[in-house]
Design a protein around this ligand. Structure first.
Ligand code: BJ8
Length: 430
């Protein structure tokens, strides 16, 4: 599809969603250009990427129409900003869950008219999308569900509520028994909020089915990630990042099917020794803060510098799919408890202590056959930034090459990052 690739436009649909149509009309051509440069310039991509390219092509049209139709049918369309919000409950209620984290520089100016400048670009980008009415996903949701993970987020939700109904789930900062009790209560409140929207209770059968659906999705992602660990890699880091980003806005069942189809293709590629990077290409792992669509900056720099990325320890990465929910629960109470236990295993730096994450990063490094770790921290994200100190110490102890990077969405530091990354690759090759 490379030559004809185009991010499609649907001004009529956007007008129905009360978007700033004139301003937003510039976005599809811009995204088309960037996508061509970052993704379609790669050689020998797996054929199965066609589906995911198509998802990008329809990102502001076909997929939005599906969500719009769901809303018209009375199904709840819920926006989230964090992998701690249990999407199984939304699916159990027949709803649609969509990740709304912002990964674009284009909406930062809108946000900075209201928010302070020196906070995380992911929060600013998301907020700016809503206040500027320049994101169809934001416009199509019935309400959003924030959480109390980091300070930037939880205080922004107070302001966001003026633009879209914003609920907040309390996520504790520690993982003791008493925190678990609070967490289960919060999950129950979340379920009640979703039920109020639909006007009917979620049944045990519906929740069981949703848990199985999401478990299948997470297992497909695990399978894909295991396959990319093959040396040489059968798929690029850029394509993997794209799939992991699309996981937050596609229909789970359809997405799972397409990921498994891609896995079949990658297995065949490995058998026939058909790879995207030759043996001997420097293999890097990225850890740290999530990269929301269309934040492809670091992956683009790393892979255009001649390395291949073989793992993302991130919420748009393994943190999203490394754990599944135990299906041992037989009644609603038990199922919600098992669900909470799975969510408590996510090792976000907002928790203290969070040593499990350090162990997990080292484990993923070993499993992926990487030769170095680039820890990526979004500017002003204090928790990941400080946690990088411990991560560096652990890597030094293990003899793992480590590079910490702090960046935002602006193109200003691209040259400087490129120099540092090229030097890091050279250091590993030596
Ligand atoms: S579970 S990583 S998705 S909170 S990068 S907004 S923490 S200042 S994104 Fe996150 Fe949930 Fe944690 Fe994952 Fe704040 Fe840091 Fe910005 Fe962050």
């Amino acid at each position: 599809m490379s030559e004809q690739f185009q991010v499609k436009a649907d001004p009529e649909l956007w007008a129905k969603l009360d978007m700033d149509v004139e301003r937003f009309s510039n976005i599809p051509p811009m995204l088309t250009g960037v996508f061509n440069d970052v993704f379609l310039s790669q050689e020998n991509r797996p054929q199965g990427m066609g589906y995911f390219d198509n998802m990008v092509s329809n990102i502001f049209t076909g997929r939005i129409q599906e969500m719009y139709d769901a809303r018209e049918e009375g199904r709840p369309v819920v926006g989230t900003f964090c992998v701690y919000v249990p999407e199984e409950i939304i699916h159990a209620a027949g709803g649609v869950c969509v990740g709304l984290c912002g990964g674009s520089q284009g909406s930062i100016g809108d946000a900075e008219k209201i928010l302070p400048r020196n906070i995380c670009p992911m929060v600013k980008s998301a907020f700016g999308f809503k206040v500027g009415r320049i994101c169809p996903f934001f416009q199509v949701v019935d309400f959003v569900y924030g959480e109390t993970t980091c300070d930037a987020k939880k205080k922004t939700w107070e302001l966001l509520d003026e633009y879209v109904p914003t609920h907040v789930m309390e996520i504790p900062q520690m993982k003791r028994e008493r925190d678990k009790k609070l967490w289960v209560e919060e999950v129950k409140d979340f379920k009640t909020a979703i039920e109020q929207q639909t006007g009917k209770d979620v049944t045990e059968t519906e929740l069981k089915q949703a848990i199985e659906t999401m478990n299948a999705k997470r297992k497909a992602m695990q399978r894909l990630n295991d396959l990319r660990h093959h040396d040489p890699s059968p798929i690029s880091g850029r394509d993997m990042l794209l799939i992991q980003q699309i996981a937050f806005y596609d229909i789970p069942e359809r997405f799972t099917e397409k990921v498994n189809e891609l896995c079949d293709e990658l297995e065949a590629r490995i058998k026939t020794e058909n790879y995207v990077a030759p043996k001997g290409t420097t293999r890097l792992m990225v850890s740290g803060t999530p990269m929301a669509l269309p934040n492809w900056k670091l992956h683009n720099i790393i892979e255009k510098s001649g390395a291949v990325i073989v793992n993302e320890e991130s919420c748009i990465g393994t943190r999203y799919y490394k754990d599944t929910i135990s299906t041992d629960g037989t009644n609603m109470e038990q199922m919600l408890e098992k669900l909470t236990e799975r969510y408590m295993q996510i090792d976000c730096s907002c928790f203290t202590p969070n040593d499990d994450r350090i162990d997990q990063v080292i484990k993923e490094y070993r499993e992926s056959g990487a030769q170095g770790i680039i820890d990526y921290c979004l500017q002003f994200c204090h928790t990941y930034n400080i946690e990088a100190v411990k991560l560096r110490q652990a890597c030094e102890k293990e003899g793992i090459p480590f590079l910490a990077i702090e960046s935002d969405y602006s193109p200003e530091d691209v040259g400087q990052l490129q120099t540092r990354i090229e030097a890091f690759i050279e250091q590993i090759q030596d």
